[in-house]
Ligand binder design. Structure first.
Ligand SMILES: [Zn+2]
Length: 407
């Protein structure tokens, strides 16, 4: 198997999470007598371009065939993030009714709606039909397809002033074709921004649960710079964000466009990464030990508390929880009774692999659990505020990452 960016042979394993089903493959109750498909989940690092990546196999198609159940608009903090981005970009680059803004993986229109409010023309690209339909219902034009060179050359009537993608760069199987498509679709003085979880945060905070099949690449600025430069795009600014446990927002432009200054932020962050050792194999080598410690601590905690007769539930039926549960080998609801999720699309189904039932938030007050495991630890503050009422019967919140914590 070769690197998806530079084609060098991949031999160095960063992390091996054994096998699990795709994290969005929720099991409907009437399918519970049927088997699930498990794929290996192994992550490699390329010693030439330092792209950290899952082994691809032939998974992409079967993974994305599932009805996608993540609707961005359900997260309040994510909506606030989208709105402040729209304000910031409009102020900085002066978009108006003559501009065209294209969002790749526009989901249900959670972000483009804020540009549309400012009378700026918007176009979404979203491959998942049922998600795109929600956006179309909001009056946002959509191309229902995967983005790449083919779409950029055949389906876009006009080039864009701004192309953006949040948490999509890491999710595309063919990252070179994707970035090449961005180059094709951008106006000569246009801007791209991409946000992605920062690899250095993953390593520093043991965020192994952000690894799942749909997440093909784990990106440092070092690797992203190499991928963009290969397609004639230059990074001219980078910002650190608190989202998803620590993300980067990378600004790029055509290399030929000299109207924008390359900010110091770029060289500073590259230097920071080099100082951490991102371009050395040593940086990647003991991650598995840290992952296994989290696994042992988490399972021990669950078993200890069950022996004491405690009631344990989970909150948030998303990818992170599924990676953790499946790597910990948890099956059925003997340790964790159920998982609560606000999305009606997930309620009444079973989590992939672990097959823990998903129910609505109302169950918490009836059941009065002793422990609520917050799987999306990056939203711990928001979720524990929402669920603060569990304190009235002595309930505690649990997070497993970066290390086991409950209070
Ligand atoms: Zn490579």
């Amino acid at each position: 198997m070769n690197c998806r960016h530079c084609n060098h042979k991949l031999t160095h394993v960063f992390c091996d999470l054994q096998t699990c089903p795709p994290s969005n493959a929720m099991v409907k109750l009437d399918q519970s007598n049927f088997p699930e498909i498990y794929f290996p989940l192994k992550v490699y690092v390329c010693e030439i371009c330092w792209l950290v990546q899952v082994d691809e196999l032939e998974k992409a198609e079967s993974i994305f065939n599932n009805e996608y159940t993540y609707f961005s608009s359900y997260s309040i903090s994510w909506l606030a993030h989208a709105k402040s981005y729209a304000d910031y970009m409009t102020n900085r680059f002066g978009y108006n009714s003559d501009s065209l803004i294209v969002e790749i993986a526009s989901n249900d229109g959670y972000l483009l709606q804020y540009f549309k409010e400012k009378n700026i023309r918007v176009l979404g690209v979203e491959p998942t039909a049922n998600t795109a339909q929600v956006s179309i219902d909001k009056g946002i034009e959509n191309i229902v397809d995967f983005f790449g060179t083919k779409l950029a050359s055949e389906k876009l009537a006009q080039k864009a002033d701004l192309i953006l993608g949040n948490n999509v760069l890491a999710h595309v199987p063919d990252i070179n074709d994707f970035v090449k498509g961005v180059k094709i679709a951008l106006k000569p003085n246009g801007v791209n921004t991409f946000e992605f979880p920062h690899l250095c945060k993953l390593v520093a905070q043991n965020q192994f649960d952000t690894i799942y099949h749909e997440h093909f690449s784990y990106l440092s600025l070092t690797a992203v710079k190499s991928i963009f430069e290969a397609q004639g795009l230059e990074i001219f600014d980078v910002q650190k964000l608190g989202t998803h446990g620590g993300s980067l927002r990378v600004f790029s432009k055509h290399k030929e466009d000299t109207s924008k200054k390359v900010e110091d932020s770029v060289s500073k962050l590259l230097e920071e990464e080099i100082n951490l050792g991102v371009n050395t194999l040593a940086y990647y080598q003991n991650f598995q030990l840290k992952v296994d410690k989290i696994k042992y601590d988490f399972i021990s905690f669950l078993i200890e508390q069950k022996r004491l007769g405690k009631k344990i539930i989970g909150y948030g039926a998303a990818a992170k929880g599924n990676t953790l549960l499946n790597y910990c080998g948890i099956k059925g609801n003997d340790l964790i009774d159920y998982v609560v999720d606000a999305s009606p699309y997930k309620q009444g189904k079973l989590l992939p692999g672990s097959r823990i039932p998903v129910v609505s938030k109302e169950e918490i007050e009836i059941y009065k659990p002793d422990f609520v495991i917050i799987f999306p630890w990056n939203l711990k503050v928001e979720i524990s505020e929402q669920l603060y009422f569990i304190k009235s019967w002595g309930g505690q919140f649990v997070t497993a990452i970066p290390c086991l914590n409950y209070s």
